[in-house]
Ligand binder design. Sequence first.
Ligand code: ZN
Ligand code: ZN
Length: 267
Amino acid sequence: MLDFVRGALAPGFAWLRAGFAGLLDLALPPSCAACGACPRSASALCPSCDARLLRIPRNGCALCQTVPATDPDGLCPTCIGASGPFAACIAAVAFAGDVEDWIHRFKYPVPGIGGLDPAPWAVVRELVRESAARVSGPSPHLIVPVPLHPRRLRQRGFNPPARLARVLAHDRRTRVDPVALERIRDTPSQTGLARKERQRNVRGAFRARGRIPPHVWLVDDVVTTGSTLAEAARTLRRSGARRIVCVCVARTALGGVPPSLAGPCTR
Ligand SMILES: [Zn+2]
Ligand SMILES: [Zn+2]
């Protein structure tokens, strides 16, 4: 995927990012969240810090984002006809370089800071908005974050995807329900597991509370193989969801090796 991403970073792409300026939250501080020395521009960052984020091309397949879309639904030839649990899986940036650092600092704020670290939160918040702006079609009936198990939620103090889901629900003037989906098994971390192991690890991990409306956005911070999102989406579908779009901040390139062309989010 990284080659595909880098190939699209032609100079002409700058106008797309500049176009985002009008959508920014005016409450953001006027200086760059990274260097603090320059005015921010298209994100919470100044142009040179922003340029270090590896954006996924907008013309990518709406499921795998690894190759350009070729059909009117925004899919690549391989993903057309794939019978996965969701219709699209969109992230604005690759989980690499500075993005890894921003997301880590967002998810694990320095102890004693008394909540979110403002700089990484500002960056990650604008990136998830950028992902959401790439989703075509109407706003969803409901936005659901991927939940943490209650034990992990107590340990961490907050659920990062729930923070992101609230921002998107506010922007879209739609409903967010952080407990529509419960994590009923405290699964070990997915980090370091292969795709099959990840699928096994999260099987039966979720339960939906009540009836889920037809059109749902499922929000997470990072999509790797998509196993967690797929299991969560299947759970939502069993309770009534019909169209599920995953909105994430970043997407891994699995160590530089492109994910399966069948799409990490189609299974
Ligand atoms: Zn800067
Ligand atoms: Zn695809």
